[in-house]
Design a protein around this ligand. Structure first.
Ligand SMILES: *Cc1c(COP(=O)(O)O)cnc(C)c1O
Length: 602
């Protein structure tokens, strides 16, 4: 929706309002009005189109003013008829015409039929004593009966507080071209309040251009934020103030890039999967995060965070882990840097994930069991938070996915965003374009997905497909299909979609893959779901296992079971032969060998 500020009169006010960059500015030529315009129009930013507003003027007057003031549009506010509009179009073919109609308690839109072909826009205003500037809204419900596609300006009593009502009527899908604001923004007749206009324009523009990135308060739409115990506030606030500054320091950037190249083995290849592509009759590329050191994408984030921790002067690292993957990635970078590492892990998980526990110990980390509650991931997280509260000065808490209180989701997403940065360059080389038709990634907390989607969020021509674990079926009671089953709630310090009972208890999630077994999704993904920017698929254990087997047989690549979920989408959605589809192969399947053996009786 564009904005028109109408009824401008005083030179300085015109300049001030011009600086708020509305799309249109209106000048009224009607002597009885307190906003009647005389004199010169100061130079305005080029993006602003000027509108001459007339009330039953003669054609000659309109033509004269248009020529004098270089108006791009003419707004007709009186009883001008169709032939008046036709004559005007003939004399001034470049001019756009806005024809105004005043709406009373009811309205028959059929009367406008004969104008529809000739004018460029309608404008709907409140029926009142004055022409315009009455400051009273009409009943917008009447617009639900609007039968045309002709775009219109909405006017009548719009004020600084109208944004909620405007947001509400957007749902009706009317062709509202612009909002016409006037007396609702005035300190005195014809004197606009520039702050009110400025804020209104910002609010309307934000409403209309969806922002998929985090805002300055740590929100993605309705999701995100930092909901933390007060004791944790200093740590999180310190991180919030420093993380972007640190990440932009050249010395940070250099060390990060060097480690990614020489230690992690980046860039990871973008591999054209020929046999898989033939099997599904489309062009499939795999982003090979499985080839990273430690076998998955998680290392991108832990390298980034250990460098941030060092810059913050921290001497001790804590982390929580469920299946142990993030614990291993954290223990790895702590060994690399010679920094003390404590990993909290539920006692049940310690028993289930013996090889990863052994890895962490070999890497020099201390694995501390969480003995409370269900003795799984959420209890380990509680223990880690407790530790951080007790050690606020020397300790950094490395969170392993695009979750947690702000700034964690954004920080983790930025570290992982090198995945899509590389895809762009690699695809340009291979396909002559940076942009695939689709990117696909599995979602646990959402870090490999956030990194894979990041540089495509604002490219609406790139389809985004997010894949969750449906376990034994979305509605089986044993699943982790968060977006479909989840409701708004708070988990790990952020507001997001999360699986919970009616009284708000977090539901225990289930998936055959340990990395997707998480009751929430990162706030960015909750927002992508809510805005419809991403398509969400829920894939069962069985379909994921079959997809993992198929990839192994067709390409000689055994994927992590998490990643196998993303491949199962190929069975559920038909892609076109010319589509370029990039799938995030987030990790390798070595860690899942026992699960494959048991499932397939190998
Ligand atoms: C941990 C893990 C995931 C899930 O975590 P995200 O933060 O959602 O990426 C996916 N794949 C692999 C291989 C993992 O280890």
């Amino acid at each position: 929706m564009k904005i028109k500020v109408c009824g401008m009169k005083h030179a300085q006010n015109i300049i001030d309002i011009g600086n708020t960059k509305p799309n249109y500015m209106g000048f009224i030529f009607y002597e009885p009005s307190p906003r009647d315009f005389q004199g010169d129009i100061p130079t305005l930013p080029e993006s602003i189109e000027k509108v001459g507003v007339f009330v039953n003027s003669t054609i000659e007057t309109v033509v004269e003013k248009v020529t004098l003031y270089q108006f791009q549009l003419v707004q007709l506010h009186g009883q001008e008829d169709v032939s008046f509009c036709q004559t005007l179009k003939k004399l001034l073919p470049a001019i756009k015409i806005i024809k105004v109609f005043s709406i009373g308690a009811s309205y028959d839109f059929k009367q406008l039929a004969s104008f529809e072909e000739i004018v460029d826009f309608f404008l709907f205003d409140t029926k009142g004593k004055l022409v315009g500037g009455n400051g009273v809204p009409f009943n917008w419900e009447i617009l639900k009966q609007y039968p045309y596609n002709k775009p219109f300006f909405l006017s009548g009593g719009i004020g600084p507080d109208s944004t909620a009502a405007i947001k509400a009527i957007q749902k009706w899908q009317l062709p509202i071209h612009a909002l016409d604001i006037n007396s609702g923004f005035e300190d005195a007749p014809a004197l606009k309040n520039k702050n009110n206009v400025k804020h209104f324009i910002e609010k309307i523009r934000n409403m209309n251009t969806p922002n998929y990135h985090v805002d300055e308060n740590g929100y993605y739409g309705n999701f995100g934020g930092a909901f933390i115990p007060e004791m944790l506030y200093p740590n999180v606030e310190n991180l919030r103030q420093e993380y972007l500054k640190i990440m932009q320091e050249p010395s940070f950037e250099e060390e990060f890039q060097n480690l990614l190249r020489d230690y992690v083995g980046r860039p990871s290849p973008l591999y054209f999967a020929k046999r898989l592509s033939a099997a599904y009759n489309t062009k499939i590329y795999l982003k090979r995060e499985d080839l990273n050191h430690t076998g998955a994408h998680k290392i991108n984030n832990t390298i980034g965070q250990i460098l941030v921790a060092k810059k913050l002067g921290k001497k001790r690292i804590i982390a929580e882990t469920g299946a142990g993957q993030h614990g291993v990635a954290t223990a790895t970078v702590c060994a690399l840097m010679g920094i003390e590492c404590i990993v909290y892990m539920g006692e049940v998980d310690i028993d289930r994930q013996a090889p990863n526990v052994a890895r962490m110990k070999m890497l020099g980390a201390e694995v501390r069991p969480a003995l409370s509650g269900s003795r799984t991931l959420k209890d380990a997280t509680n223990e880690a938070i407790r530790d951080w509260i007790n050690n606020p000065v020397d300790t950094h808490y490395i969170i392993g996915s695009a979750i947690g209180p702000h700034p964690y989701p954004d920080m983790v997403t930025r570290f992982q965003s090198l995945i899509s940065e590389e895809i762009k360059a690699q695809l340009l080389e291979k396909e002559g374009t940076e942009n695939p038709n689709y990117v696909i990634a599995c979602i646990g907390g959402g870090s490999n997905a956030a990194g894979t989607f990041y540089h495509y969020l604002d490219r609406e021509d790139v389809g985004i497909i997010a894949v969750e674990a449906a376990g034994k079926g979305v509605h089986s009671g044993e699943s982790a299909a968060t977006s479909q089953l989840g409701k708004e709630g708070i988990i790990h310090g952020c507001k997001t979609l999360l699986m919970q009972t009616n009284d708000g208890q977090i539901t225990e999630p289930y998936s055959i893959s340990a990395g997707l077994d998480y009751p929430g999704v990162g706030p960015m993904h909750a927002h992508l779901y809510e805005t419809g920017r991403a398509d969400f698929f829920a894939i069962t254990d069985d379909h994921a296992m079959q997809a993992g087997m198929k990839l192994s047989k067709l390409e000689g690549i055994i994927p992590a079971i998490e990643s196998a979920h993303a491949f199962a989408v190929l069975e559920q959605k038909k892609f076109q032969p010319n589509d370029v589809v990039v799938i995030s192969l987030s990790g390798r399947g070595d860690k899942d060998l026992n699960t494959f053996i048991n499932y397939f009786n190998l």
